[in-house]
Design a protein around this ligand. Sequence first.
Ligand code: KE4
Length: 429
Amino acid sequence: MNISRSRELFQKALLLLPGGVDSPVRAFRAVGGQPLFIERAEGAYLYDVDGNRLIDYVLSWGPLILGHAHPAVIEALVEAIHNGTSYGAPSPLEIDLAERIQRFMPGLEMIRFVNSGTEATMSAIRLARAYTRRNKIIKFEGCYHGHADLLLVQAGSGVATLGLPDSPGVPADTVRDTLVAPYNDLDAVESLFGRFPEKIAAVIVEPVAGNMGVVTPQAGFLSGLRAITQNFGALLIFDEVMTGFRVHPGGAQALYQVAPDLTTLGKVIGGGLPVGAYGGKKEIMQLVAPAGPVYQAGTLAGNPLAMTAGIATLEILANETVWSRIVEAAIALEKAVNEAARQAGVTVQQTRAGTMFSTFFTETPVINWQTVKTSNLTRFKHFFKAMLENGIYLAPSQFEAGFVSLAHTPEIIGKTAEAAHKAFMQIPE
Ligand code: KE4
């Protein structure tokens, strides 16, 4: 595949941007080679600067559930942009998007829009600490909740991808109150509460983990977290930045019927524009300034363009058949990849929750960070590169999720299956 123009651009980018990228996991560090520079995207396809067309399973790390440049989203944005790009004042659009989110997730009695998932999770934790008047939080190994200092502890996603021991620049004091438990391990959570019975403000969890690759909650894990937090007076925060609208139209809280106290969102609700949100019980959210004393702010929070793209996206997702078509594509892909691996005699663990999926190169069922780490990263790397050579753009890290969209037609899934068959055959023993 010719990538000469991407090579030129990467050399220039390396002089201007740390690692040549604006987010670490894009740098292809885990899979070798260099990132492709994208010129445009449409439907299920990315078009790079060298004219290569690639079937995209990253979809901007989840947001583009309708596919790239969906006509309804573009049309809405073109109209909205003529009304200006940011008001720094309330607009009816924020009410419209909040109401639409509530129709999917009624547990969000009140919502605050922010500009990223990181802002959403850091704000939700500040709120939980204020509401409970406690400082400690529990997160899980391999889960990633954005790059706020207090959450960069044994995190997944790019932190895991780069094998970072968390991050320099985060003072020990900042993470002193961040406790970590293995994912799917209720006993570990119970014992942390036993050690700090009155000190833990909240448990924050990816209700389906996507940032160590897709790892699903074992039966009873989420309901167990609900019971333990209720019992000890702590809040349960579902970080649904990735799982929202992806594992179920109503998120993991609908799929598993567990009601968190607070939920964080991002990605899909912005339709590809910068967005985040946190929300939940009114009695908690009323503490957020200016209604209450918990300060949080943002210049572009609730901006009209992100709201417009989110409204257009949820408008289409509200059509029941749309979401089921997307999940059917994910199921077809799962079957095809499993069959291709079987025929090639390659053992994989395929995981999927709704429209997000992963392929692990291990014989061990993946239930947490420790089992995910048994994946053969060299095999993953060969698979990634072979798929890319065959026109398929997967997440360039074993510790990320893949996503499908409304634009991933049966024909596109079929092409992916053919590529997977070739790719598995090319993996060296
Ligand atoms: P952002 O700050 O990147 O908008 O959201 C942070 C975040 C919070 N919570 C969850 C569950 C998330 O998955 C994320 C961000 N996800 C990563 C992908 N693993 C974003 C991609 C990247 O870092 O470049």
